[in-house]
Design a protein around this ligand. Structure first.
Ligand code: NAD
Length: 491
């Protein structure tokens, strides 16, 4: 498979890199950890790990650069982002291979993610000098009032491993465009494409200290960063468990933050749905990136009248998913590492029993004895209290439940703590709109998975999926605070 008609280069990228970028220099450090190819379980390079003391150094470098960067004209910041976007597209095949090998996703999936990252940088480049405040109404002509959007100052950005290029761009571009400086901590599990993006940002003209990177274990380095009193704003993307810890750390310094956490997104299939459209999209929604997406369609909720048909079509399509290493560029790769493989396999095996039946998969796919491959898995669930329908699995594991009417569908859909995305498959527009209003989710899709056709669709979330809005101007507002100014006109 290829994207834009282009076949990405398949040269195996090196996994060697320095993980510490402070004040415009990549720094050598003593300890290191392996870059591991999830398809083989073997190391393909080494990353030198930042020291905990580097947090102080990076925050100091970001602080030192903050005033000048905030006073740079927004057009100039936009121009740097524009050059950065251009470099990302010029280097897209190399970046795609880095993300694909590090995370284990098919090469074309890596390429799509890198192209999305480039598009985010490009959009934000154009938006940088269009961020405005408001003129406020006054009680008489003797007053003038307005608002200004100002940068927070030093922003800490902490990211997960699953879609690093997209999340890197989605946070860095608005933070930098709005005039903040940044200390970024990518996930230690798959940081390579982030390092490459940062090198291109440097080449595009980001001044020293404006963007700093620390790479290492979250519980030490990440915790120190988000608890640092010199940090003015935190943007965290990751699991609910870590999100709680980050919020506790932020509470100590009363640091403002946004958190984007997990999901348990339902696909609701009504009896009048076009199954030829729905089934392939549902299968893709849980096998793309091996189900390791925050918005993965991990819950299939089907009207009882079509449940047998949908179940058998979905199982047949899941059985056809082609599995392979990143460079084979098939439909699905392995899970990101052995830890995830053990965790997801454990969740599946402990779920089986009363009220949960294995319809497909559940173990290693044949021909994949090495690496962290897990076969596409389908579980039929009749016990609505089974833990598996509430937990974020983060693997190619689909649970299937049935409902009897619209109210029952809504009760099922809203029956988890998460609220990221909900997809409604129906031919009845009135039902779709009623459901869209009632579902507890930040995003709703009708007759498609996710936001494929909408440019700049706000990446919103509800309930324990977090609180923030990504994409477009909303993404930039998150990285600003509003100041209100009131003036009495004299004379
Ligand atoms: P994670 O929570 O384990 O780690 C995320 C980041 O936090 C990593 O960089 C990690 O090193 C760091 N970290 C760990 N402990 C920390 C601490 N105590 N303080 C500060 N930082 C710490 O998540 P993960 O396994 O890397 O990623 C998977 C999770 O990310 C899933 O739950 C997924 O749903 C979520 N995610 C959400 C979105 C979204 O936009 N809502 C997008 C992608 C992924």
């Amino acid at each position: 498979m290829s994207i834009d008609g282009k076949t990405p280069a398949t040269a195996a990228p090196s996994g060697d890199h320095l993980g510490t970028f402070i004040g415009g220099s990549w720094l050598e450090r003593e300890s290191s950890f392996d870059s591991v190819d999830p398809a083989t379980g073997e190391a393909f390079g080494q990353i030198s790990a930042s020291e905990v003391a580097d947090v102080d150094r990076a925050v100091a470098a970001a602080r030192a650069a903050a005033r000048d960067w905030a006073r740079t004209s927004p057009s100039e910041r936009g121009a740097i982002l524009g050059r950065w976007a251009g470099l990302v597209f010029q280097n897209q095949d190399r970046l795609a291979a880095l993300e694909a090998r590090d995370v284990g996703k098919p090469l074309s999936g890596g390429l799509l993610n890198v192209q999305i990252a480039g598009s985010i940088l490009q959009f934000t480049a154009g938006a940088a000098d269009k961020l405005t405040g408001a003129t406020l109404p006054t009680r008489s002509p003797d007053y003038f009032g307005f608002t200004r959007r100002e940068p927070h100052g030093v922003c800490a950005i902490v990211l997960p491993w699953n879609v690093p290029a997209v999340l890197g761009a989605a946070n860095l571009a608005p933070a930098l465009a709005a005039g903040n400086t940044v200390v970024l901590k990518p996930s230690e599990v798959a940081p390579l494409v982030i390092h490459a993006l940062v090198e291109l940002g440097e080449e595009a003209g980001l001044p020293p200290g404006v963007l700093n990177v620390l790479t290492g274990v979250g519980a030490e380095l990440g915790a120190t960063l988000v608890g640092h009193p010199g940090v003015d704003h935190i943007s965290f993307v990751g699991s609910v468990a870590t999100g709680r810890l980050v919020m506790q750390a932020a509470a100590q310094n009363l640091t403002p933050l946004k958190v984007e956490l997990g999901g348990k997104s339902p696909n609701l299939v009504f009896a009048d749905a076009d199954l030829d459209v729905a089934v392939p999209a549902i299968v893709r929604s849980i096998t793309e990136n091996a189900g390791q997406n925050c918005n993965a369609g991990s819950r299939l909720l089907v009207h009882a009248d079509v449940a047998d048909d949908v179940r058998s079509r979905v199982v047949a399509a899941m059985a056809e998913v082609r599995i392979g290493a990143w460079h084979e560029d098939l439909d699905m790769g392995p899970l990101v590492n052995a830890v995830q493989h053990a965790r997801v396999s454990g969740l599946v095996s402990s779920a089986l029993g009363d009220g949960v039946e294995l319809l497909l998969g559940g173990g290693r796919p044949s021909g994949h004895a090495d690496g962290s491959f897990l076969a596409p898995t389908v579980l039929s669930v009749t016990d609505r209290t089974a833990p598996i329908v509430g937990q974020e699995i983060f693997g190619p594991v689909l649970t299937v439940e049935t409902f009897t009417d619209d109210a029952d569908a809504l009760a099922l859909a809203n029956g988890t703590d998460f609220g990221l995305l909900a997809c409604i498959w129906t031919g009845d527009v009135s039902r779709a709109l009623r459901m869209a209003g009632e579902i507890g989710a930040g995003q709703v899709s009708v007759n498609q998975f996710s936001d494929a056709g909408v440019i700049g669709m706000p990446f919103n979330m509800a309930k324990q999926s977090g609180f923030s809005s990504g994409n477009g101007y909303r993404g930039m507002y998150e990285f600003t605070r509003e100041k209100a100014v009131a003036v009495k006109l004299l004379g």
